[in-house]
Design a protein around this ligand. Structure first.
Ligand code: AMP
Length: 284
């Protein structure tokens, strides 16, 4: 069932909650693909009811052009969900900007113990305030038992865990693995904006991440970063925004390797005016 306002969603959820059913929640911005569906599948497996939100949240975009060009396909998305999970109890919440923000489209400010200071936080000013604002709103309306987030947005996943801890919201945050296209490109709604040939070529991003994972075993962190930067310097169509190797625990840039510290490589690349993001856990 589609619901378009938070008040009707609350009404629907009230009767469900009275029956003490568990609610799994998957927030999305739509243009759904198999990555989103994998989160929903896990939510369906682990809960009585699935709530999916589809909302392109304006306050988390720092670039107006990116916001305007973000793909929107609500009818198609709903058909896909229905086809995939036809016997599950599902509520799909597709609000307008006004339903979420009223007349005042702005974000609150959040501190996530420094997790917001690096990578996406440093490169997209205001992004994680926008993410915090929409998720605080959604968590309070949906009141899920569990909410599912992809490791594709690894920094976001860590920030959401911190958000619910700080706001003392009774929801368990579950991280789910990255789904990739056959050629290795991380699935993303933004991939739809790539030409067919570039979508193929963009497999190089994951390939270079895997090269880095191999290379770092016998080389320092700084040499690994250099190696990746050199590779992108030879790919004129791909503009590297950042490649960084950070600790998984606090997302701070890693200085040196240590067997006890889990590290992860993070990358953002621009191609054909589309911003692509990916990451990979490193084993040292
Ligand atoms: P989005 O619609 O891009 O905001 O993503 C909604 C949720 O789906 C977020 O938790 C993302 O991390 C997750 N997600 C997006 N792409 C993938 C993917 N390729 N694999 C796994 N999860 C994903």
């Amino acid at each position: 069932m589609i619901v378009k306002t938070h008040n009707s969603l609350k009404k629907q959820l009230k009767s469900i909650q009275l029956k003490s059913k568990t609610i799994g929640f998957v927030p999305t911005m739509g243009a759904l693909h198999k990555g989103h569906l994998s989160l929903m599948q896990q939510a369906v497996n682990e809960n009585d009811v699935l709530v999916v939100s589809i909302f392109v949240n304006p306050t988390q975009f720092n670039n107006q052009d990116d916001l305007e060009k973000y793909p929107r396909a609500i009818e198609k998305d709903y058909a896909l969900i229905k086809k995939e999970f036809n016997d599950a109890t599902i509520l799909v919440y597709t609000p307008s900007v006004q339903d979420v923000y009223g007349e005042n489209v702005h974000s609150n400010s959040y501190q996530y113990n420094g997790l917001e200071k690096v990578m996406e936080g440093a490169n997209r000013p205001g992004h994680f305030d926008g993410v915090g604002t929409i998720l605080e709103f959604l968590f309070k309306v949906v009141q899920p038992d569990k909410a599912y987030f992809g490791e594709k947005d690894y920094q976001q996943l860590q920030i959401v865990k911190k958000l619910v801890q700080k706001l003392a919201l009774p929801v368990k945050i579950i991280g789910c693995p990255i789904k990739r296209e056959e050629n290795g490109l991380a699935m993303s709604s933004r991939n739809e904006r790539l030409s067919k040939s570039t979508r193929k070529e963009a497999a190089i991003i994951y390939k270079i991440l895997k090269d880095a994972r191999r290379y770092i075993k016998n080389n320092s962190i700084s040499k690994t970063i250099q190696m990746v930067e050199n590779k992108f310097a030879q790919l004129p169509n791909f503009e590297l925004e950042y490649f960084t190797i950070n600790r998984e625990s606090d997302l701070k840039p890693a200085i040196r390797k240590s067997k006890n510290t889990a590290l992860r490589a993070f990358i953002v690349v621009h191609v054909e005016g589309v911003r692509l993001i990916d990451n990979l856990a490193l084993d040292l």
